[in-house]
Design a binder for this molecule. Structure first.
Ligand SMILES: [Zn+2]
Ligand SMILES: [Zn+2]
Length: 238
């Protein structure tokens, strides 16, 4: 019955490839070309930052989250797919990414019992200006694919300059105090899955995980649709 419903829905809202936007079969999440050419993060991966061991430069730097994993690198088709997700409130694209994120989670996070999946929040005025938060679209879709209950508990208190626009020295202080927990009862002693569209420096996930733990979360794991490979001139992941 669910299959028939999905087929009928697809007649009116055609499924599109999450990376290039091409209309695809309703059972697929990506077109055949992207399936072949996607910038997948292949194992073995770093057990902290989730990049391939061949490109990881995190040096196992301590973070407040236990691990982060991503299906794609933020490069080529991965970058254009994230662009699609960010430029339109597109739950079809979010669903395609979520299917790939759930697949990586099955491989890397199998055996972990998550209590809640939630997104990295945007400042309310930024979200209203855009009309939606891409990370929240992804978190809801990941919830559908994994069965982990969706429940937001974080809030962003003010607008911050995107991390990639800042020099390394300004990055660590930029997010300080930007996030708070608004529903502490949700995260008390909970194992939380935190979702964002991309991870670059890891500072945003780190600041969110820090606040979740201050308010009682037991463990915080992260999953993002894409991760960028970013090195400063000292070769450090920043
Ligand atoms: Zn495609
Ligand atoms: Zn690493």
């Amino acid at each position: 019955m669910r299959t028939v419903v999905a087929w009928v829905i697809n007649l009116f809202f055609p499924r599109r490839c999450c990376l290039c936007g091409k209309v695809i079969e309703w059972r697929q999440t990506m077109c055949d070309r992207c399936r072949l050419d996607a910038p997948y993060v292949f194992p073995p991966i770093c057990d902290l930052c989730g990049r391939g061991e061949d490109v990881c430069s995190c040096r196992k730097r301590h973070r407040h989250f236990e691990r982060c994993v991503s299906p794609f690198y933020y490069d080529g088709l991965g970058e254009s797919g994230i662009g699609q997700l960010k430029n339109a409130a597109d739950s079809v694209v979010a669903d395609g990414f979520a299917a790939e994120m759930a697949e990586v989670m099955r491989r890397e996070y199998g055996g972990i019992r998550f209590d809640y999946v939630m997104s990295v929040p945007q400042f309310v005025k930024d979200e209203h200006a855009k009309g939606y938060n891409p990370a929240a679209l992804l978190a809801r879709a990941v919830s559908r694919h994994t069965g982990i209950p969706y429940g937001e508990a974080l809030r962003k208190l003010f607008h911050t300059t995107p991390q990639k626009e800042l020099r390394a020295v300004a990055r660590s202080g930029n997010l300080l105090g930007a996030f708070t927990v608004v529903k502490p009862h949700v995260i008390d002693d909970a194992t939380v899955l935190l979702v964002d569209d991309t991870v670059t420096t890891g500072s945003t996930l780190d600041e969110c995980a820090k606040m979740l733990k201050i308010y009682g979360a037991r463990e915080v794991y992260a999953v993002t649709a894409a991760c960028s490979i970013y090195k400063d001139n000292k070769g450090e992941d920043v």
